[in-house]
Ligand binder design. Structure first.
Ligand code: GLU
Length: 498
């Protein structure tokens, strides 16, 4: 049943719901990485049969999310391919064709039971000892003539699968869940085509996976119960059954199901929080898969070379945000200045610190900000707060606690220190560079007989506004002399009243 010898073709088949869910993104990554690892093809198919939710915008949300994560698809919307179209709403003729095929084989029958009738039967069955076990197959025994006559008379009807009698158990070798066996005689004569002619999920998905020559279906285990049903449809159509791999649930760090109320659930949210696409892909790849059971930093290329289905676990995956923060920090540390500037740009612009144009024209200068924060950042969204002082004007807002502790503390002589520092920094004969400035200022410690900390902390507060900041003179070097001197003057005048 497995199609191991054929070139791998996998698909990610999201329904546009208004977000690319983090669980969906994990499914997409597994499919993408599997295609890349096997030299196969990764197809993106949009399951847009729900007219309410399937708006153009919701479709774009998916495409943006995929692109945001750097998951490129070989076939699909906006890319095309030989097996298109890639939107289910554009594939209705293929479902019609498949239905005709099933009719010709006698594998389906029309059902005229109304919703009211079905509801009533269900209610009765639910009260009975055995409970409800699916449609009672009333219309299955209608003669072909009667069925045709009712269709010709315009009576509304659905098309149901005629589950074969005496079918042995349905055997499934899931790549993750291993062997499963489901008795076929408990299977419902499920609806394949609704009264309005639209296909049900199970029918459309089987038609599409077959017509798109999908070899492996890798998807969330919320679809596990659909799989035996889909196998029956494959069999009815006479199609080869693909290999299935069902992925475990992703739970929050509290062990509960992810929920919009308690967790960030969409890719867009994570990107907005300042997680890097590379870090997210790495992190999500490890939710249910591992390279060797211990390696945590797995760059894309390593993932794409090594991904395999046999290292997927069926244990529930835990989304540990602390680990994600750590991992993102590692990626930030290692990404290099140029890439960091491009990644952090939207955050700096959004905070009003700069403009896209300024970043383009002064890219080299922005790259110098990177070493100031690279070691200390978990999320890109932290950058504006850490760096705002560099962009601020002459009078910077001072943190009260920092002022009390470092400028006004009894005996700290900060007024004296800053008066000296002001003169050093205003001295044009000293190059405006980190080392000469820092060295000259450091000499003050001896001259004034003060600990170095009592020299540097007041400067830090006066220039950055706070007693905690990125490396001081490395930051000062990136600002201009007039601004820094003005900040010192401001403090001298306003804090000390000199
Ligand atoms: N469209 C389905 C969903 O979003 C996925 C179908 C499948 O992978 O078979 O859950």
């Amino acid at each position: 049943m497995a199609q191991a010898s054929k070139p791998v073709r996998v698909r990610f088949a999201p329904s546009p719901t208004g977000e690319l869910h983090i669980g969906g993104a994990r499914t997409a990554i597994f499919n993408w990485a599997f295609a890349r690892a096997t030299g196969g093809t990764f197809v993106l198919r949009i399951e847009d049969t729900d007219p309410e939710r399937s708006t153009e915008e919701n479709k774009q949300v998916i495409l943006r999310g995929m692109r945001g994560l750097g998951l490129d698809w070989d076939e699909g919307p906006e890319v095309g391919g030989d097996f298109g179209p890639y939107l289910q709403t554009e594939r209705f003729d293929t479902y019609k064709q498949a239905l005709e095929d099933l009719k010709a084989k006698g594998a389906v029958y029309p059902c005229f039971c109304t919703k009211e009738e079905l509801d009533a039967k269900r209610a009765v069955a639910e009260q009975s000892e055995g409970g409800y076990s699916g449609y009672d197959r009333t219309c299955r025994s209608l003669s072909a003539e009667e069925a045709q006559a009712r269709i010709d008379a315009g009576e509304p009807h659905v098309w149901r699968l005629r589950v074969p009698e005496n079918h042995g158990p349905l055997e499934l070798d899931d790549a993750v869940y291993c062997h499963m066996s489901v008795p076929a005689d408990v299977m419902d004569d499920m609806i394949l085509v609704r009264t309005d002619g639209s296909p049900t999920y199970n029918f459309a998905v089987v038609c599409d996976d077959t017509n798109m020559a999908i070899t492996h279906v890798i998807r969330g285990d919320d679809h596990l119960s659909n799989t035996p049903r889909q196998i029956l449809i494959y069999e009815a159509l006479g199609y080869e059954v693909p290999t299935f791999a069902h992925l475990s649930m992703i739970l929050g760090s509290d062990g509960r199901k992810l929920s919009k109320r308690r967790n960030a659930t969409s890719v867009e949210q994570y990107l907005k929080m300042g997680f890097l696409p590379d870090a997210l892909v790495n992190f999500l790849a490890l939710l249910g898969w591992s390279l060797d059971g211990e390696t945590t930093i797995i760059p894309r290329n390593v993932l794409c070379e090594n991904f395999s289905l046999d290292r997927i676990t069926k244990k529930d995956a835990i989304l540990d945000e602390t680990k994600l923060d750590w991992m993102n920090g590692e990626y930030i540390k290692n990404m290099g200045a140029a890439a960091w500037v491009d990644a952090v740009a939207p955050f700096l612009i959004e905070a009003g610190l700069t403009t896209a144009e300024e970043i383009t024209t002064k890219h080299d200068w922005f790259e110098k900000l990177y070493p100031l924060v690279a070691e200390r950042m978990k999320r890109l969204v932290e950058a504006p707060e850490k760096l705002a002082f560099i962009f601020a004007g002459e009078a910077i807002e001072l943190d009260e606690k920092s002022v009390a502790k470092n400028l006004l503390k009894e005996g700290c002589r900060a007024d004296e220190v800053l008066a000296h520092v002001r003169d050093i920094l205003a001295d044009e004969s000293i190059a405006w560079e980190c080392d000469p400035l820092q060295d000259t200022v450091a000499e003050l410690a001896e001259k004034l007989d003060l600990k170095k900390k009592l020299i540097f902390q007041p400067i830090r507060v006066a220039v950055t506004g706070s007693q905690v900041s990125p490396p001081l003179f490395e930051s000062i070097e990136l600002m201009d002399r007039a601004t820094v001197v003005a900040r010192l003057d401001h403090v001298i005048a306003n804090v000390f009243g000199n």
